[in-house]
Design a protein around this ligand. Sequence first.
Ligand SMILES: Cc1ncc(COP(=O)(O)O)c(C=O)c1O
Length: 385
Amino acid sequence: MVDGVTRADPMGVLRRRTSEKWRTYPEDVLPMFVAEMDYPLAPAITAALREAIEVGDTGYVDPHDTGAAEAFARFAARTWDWSPSPERMGWTTDVSVVIVESLRRLIEPGDGVIITPPVYPPFFTLIPEAGGTVVEVPLLDGGNAYALDLDGIDAALARGARAVLLCNPHNPVGLVHGRQELVELSRVVDRHGASVVSDEIHAPLTHRRERFTPYLSVSDEARHHGITAASGSKAFNLAGLKTAMFVAGSDRMTGLIRSLPEEVLFRTGLFGLIATRAGFAHGQDWLRGTLAAIEDNVALLERELATKLPTVRLRHPQATYLAWLDLSALGWGEDPAQYALEHARVALGNGPQFGTQGAGYARMNLACAPETVVEAVDRLAAAAG
Ligand SMILES: Cc1ncc(COP(=O)(O)O)c(C=O)c1O
């Protein structure tokens, strides 16, 4: 960290990593696709994992260990003024498992589950995995900002959909849903006796000027019909350690968590639990520095685009390290990331995978060095001719 801003690892270190980001493409490709960070781990996490390795702490998770849940609860209280109870949380492998296991218990086979595209691509497959049917109610695109289509959600629930899979903050557009919208959503869902699974994996990455609202904090209705998927995996770059949590705010949803087979808990990675606890308990300074780096990169990308690729439009994120880019004016077709990979050797997220609204768009990962952002825009600009 320099001057309160987290610095990315040097390229020589990053190239030694064996994760998807660094092994999918040859070295001449700048990898800015999958949601992994180029920053070093928070020092508290490195220390905790080092200690675990020192003592060979590589067994099963202790099902009675509430340390990570308590650390998350304290983080939530400090950061969002929300006090979830550690007694109402449960652990498992990852957020995808939280979503699937929750939906399995909230819907009947074939029931419709609403998603709000453009949205995190696996949502399209996690719902069928849980036995449901995808119902798309796209975000409203007001040009400058996106918003939930509450009337559209109301209508889809009236037609029989039984649940909403909410993405808050929203990947890829970086939308932080406002408290009033979430209160309204909770009323609409309550009216139809449906459920909400709120994926809040990106919540700790809400930009410093914005205010994140946890779904379970908005109303009694939300707590009755909602369950949250939370994790340190995006904020602290721990995806490979396989740890996420169910969070409930009512007896009903706590019952859902308690009804899960014990094996769902035992699939949690112990290193993940150790790292998650360290991150939420002691990683706040690192996280603040990391948000500073991300916000600086968003501003840098905006400046770079303005001078080198003025027809490309950045949909300004309020959260996440993801930049949703409208590249349609470049004439690179439905899937500009494909063109960028072939002609600029920059790997971006493919817009159409996020839904039909992603035609002409690509997603750029900005959890990297500023030099990488500049290099990416230079390469894209050269390919644009
Ligand atoms: C919105 C959202 N949900 C879930 C995930 C995946 O989480 P996990 O690896 O814990 O399944 C991601 C990963 O980027 C994501 O952006």
